[in-house]
Design a binder for this molecule. Sequence first.
Ligand code: NDP
Length: 265
Amino acid sequence: MKKKLFAIFGDPVSHSRSPLMHNYVFKKLHYPATYIRVHLKDASKFKETFLNLGLSGANITIPHKETAYNACDEIRGFASKVGVVNTIVNENGKLIGYNTDADGFIFAIREFTHLKNILILGAGGTAKALATRFLQDSIKVDVLNRSEKRLEYFETIGCNCFTWDTYKSKKYDLVVNTTSAGLKDEELPAPLNIIESVLNNTSFVADAIYGKLTPFLKLANEKNIISKDGADMLLGQGVLANELFVNFKLKKEDINKYMRESFTL
Ligand code: NDP
């Protein structure tokens, strides 16, 4: 089989562990493929770059997931519900878009049970995928975002939406940080007084960011709240994406085993 090339697109992208995870699986399972990073600043160049590189597939991270959706020739599964794509497979020159983030996250928080009320911090692509997925499971979803513009979508699907100015404290079972605050800086996802109030009123906390203790998770830990970072979400979405990349030719248990092992490298 001709060696295949896969990539992750993002800005920033240097933090991404996806190349390590996928390359390790390919190597261990003798699948002829390589996975690279593409630092894409100009979103309008997405499709052109994908095709010029001759990619067989890609993952997409901040801030290009909605661009990726629009660049696809066909959207399959959950991605068509949310308009957000994190995985693309090249099928005979056609870009087929998928979303594996939401199911990856559900896998990640499987030990957080009895979830009835969730607060999502942020209103970007990840927030969209999670909110839509939680609503499917009849969980009530509130969304709190820095700015108002991106909240419109969440209102249309039935979430209660707030900006920092309109937020009122409530009790939640789980609070999820899907903002990029804390990724490359030491910022909280909202002003300290709001975050304090949010953390004082929740049973569980999750952060989509992985590979570092964000100020948000640090504060949650100080308050002894059961929490987790984005590593398991990364694993969950990665396993599902890899299955799509290899067209289900490798066993899911094997992909899961080696991807998890790559976290220890
Ligand atoms: P988007 O760019 O689509 O959305 C970013 C969101 O963060 C927006 O709501 C934005 O608010 C908000 N935001 C950005 N900076 C700040 C700040 N300083 N303070 C408060 N809010 C801020 O990003 P994605 O949804 O694609 O990704 C979000 C995060 O989730 C990233 O850190 C990414 O690495 C992580 N992630 C992790 C995954 C994993 O597998 N663990 C999978 C997917 C994502 P506004 O609308 O006002 O601009």
